[in-house]
Ligand binder design. Structure first.
Ligand SMILES: [Zn+2]
Length: 285
């Protein structure tokens, strides 16, 4: 529990700035549309290998907080629907996303172009088969656990979208922007090419775009917020399942707006890392 508490305290400082800016940003546009929202827990049941770092040598040893899949469906006046699904995972495999898209087309008549599948890219989430399968040296039994979890995600996501469609009702959308300054460029130019490090002069994007969804009574039903930064404040010595900064940010927003779904949408974060970052031990030195 000590490690869990320490991580939670450490992560707090990353998300506070993000949250304040997210909640305070003002609306610059609002319109009414039918919207449905649903969420479901996707925390693995039992020990499973985490992914994102190649130095992990054993499955996860615990859970800090639940991982979630969340869906929001926008229905235009002509009936056309657009779906955004967010998941507290490193990513979805091509097989999973293709299978989900096929079922969504068959069951709901929603085209692939109208379906956005976005993962927070937490490096403290379960391995999703076969993404990055080469980084783990695990037994056939452990691989089977990963495969079973991954295969189950297809129906979980399709059922989630089904639930969101059944909740379609008139809502209002507001759009705003905030800023958070903990992302930095991790591509450092050298005589021998780019290497991974800290490039304070490199391109960055500190924008936090926000969609706020409110119902007829003015109650906040969903907050979609994005950021372009690798979701990796914790590194490879962490063996506790959690959504990293994006997961903690969602939890805090949902505390501030009880009953709402906070959905994190990862931006173009390939060359951006959070700062500071490190092991739990380093954070307390
Ligand atoms: Zn990564």
């Amino acid at each position: 529990m000590d490690q869990t508490n320490n991580i939670q305290l450490s992560i707090k400082k990353y998300v506070i700035g993000l949250l304040v800016l997210t909640i305070c940003c003002s609306s610059v546009f609002a319109s009414e549309i039918n919207i449905g929202i649903a969420k479901t827990i996707i925390t693995p049941k039992g020990p499973i290998y985490l992914t994102g770092y190649a130095n992990r040598e054993k499955p996860a040893t615990g859970v800090i907080h639940d991982l979630w899949a969340k869906a929001i469906v926008f229905q235009e006046t002509n009936g056309n629907k657009t779906v955004i699904v967010t998941t507290d995972l490193l990513g979805l495999s091509h097989d999973i996303s293709t299978a989900v898209a096929k079922k969504v087309q068959q069951k709901f008549g929603i085209a692939r172009a109208q379906l956005l599948l976005n993962s927070s890219h937490t490096h403290s989430g379960p391995m999703v088969w076969p993404c990055l399968s080469v980084i783990a040296d695990y037994s056939p039994a452990e691989q089977q656990i990963v495969s079973n979890y991954s295969n189950g995600l297809v129906d979980v996501i399709v059922n989630l979208i089904d639930s969101a469609i059944h909740k379609l009702s008139p809502m209002e959308i507001s759009v705003g922007h905030g800023q958070a300054d903990f992302a930095f460029n991790r591509r450092v130019p050298t005589d021998k090419g780019f290497v991974s490090g800290v490039n304070l002069k490199g391109p960055i994007d500190h924008d936090v775009p926000v969609l706020k969804i409110t119902d007829k009574s003015g109650k906040v039903q969903a907050v979609l917020f994005g950021y372009a930064c690798h979701n990796t404040t914790m590194v490879g010595d962490n063996y506790l399942v959690n959504g990293d900064y994006a997961g903690f940010a969602q939890i805090d927003i949902e505390k501030q707006y009880p009953g709402c779904a906070a959905m994190f949408v990862m931006g173009c974060a390939g060359d951006q890392n959070p700062s500071p970052r490190g092991t739990v031990l380093m954070l307390f030195l």
